[in-house]
Design a binder for this molecule. Structure first.
Ligand code: FES
Ligand code: FES
Length: 149
């Protein structure tokens, strides 16, 4: 079937594959990370029609006709998205395995609510886990991004 990922159309075999599997192993988009594989960590978060989803829980066929955004489609090395820039400036990562998921979830949050309070940020990001414990820096980065946009 045809998948629309980061503004490009891809023909991919999707039967019985998760979206995470197709993104990484068919399309080679390795920025979407596999953590728990069961919807608990948020490492595999992508945006589907602007909303965050755990791609390990989605069958790829469920993404048919939708706009999928992965971290590769958000800004570039030369021109980072504001959220990426603020994560960088606030040191909001250590190993960075969780970062693509956190960044994409933050993009969705700020789209819904451009000026979230601390508790709203914590609640919206509660499905994303950081094993390195960078939560304070992540909070600062999200706040800075909300003020910068
Ligand atoms: S890998 Fe999908 S939620 Fe953890
Ligand atoms: S920076 Fe390592 S898991 Fe978050």
């Amino acid at each position: 079937m045809i998948l629309n990922v980061n503004g490009s159309k891809y023909e991919a075999r999707t039967e019985a594959h998760t979206l995470l599997d197709v993104l990484r192993n068919t399309l080679g988009l390795m920025g979407t990370k596999e953590g728990c594989g069961v919807g608990m960590c948020g490492a595999c978060t992508v945006l589907m029609d602007g909303k965050p989803f755990s791609s390990c829980l989605l069958l790829a066929e469920q993404a048919g006709g939708k706009e999928i955004l992965t971290i590769e489609g958000l800004g570039s090395a030369e021109n980072l998205h504001t959220v990426q820039q603020m994560f960088l400036e606030h040191g909001a990562f250590q190993c960075a395995y969780c970062t693509p998921g956190f960044v994409l979830t933050t993009v969705a949050l700020l789209d819904e609510n451009p000026t979230p309070g601390d508790n709203e940020i914590r609640e919206y990001l509660s499905g994303n886990l950081c094993r390195c414990g960078s939560y304070q820096n992540i909070l600062q980065a999200v706040k800075a991004a909300s003020q910068a946009e």
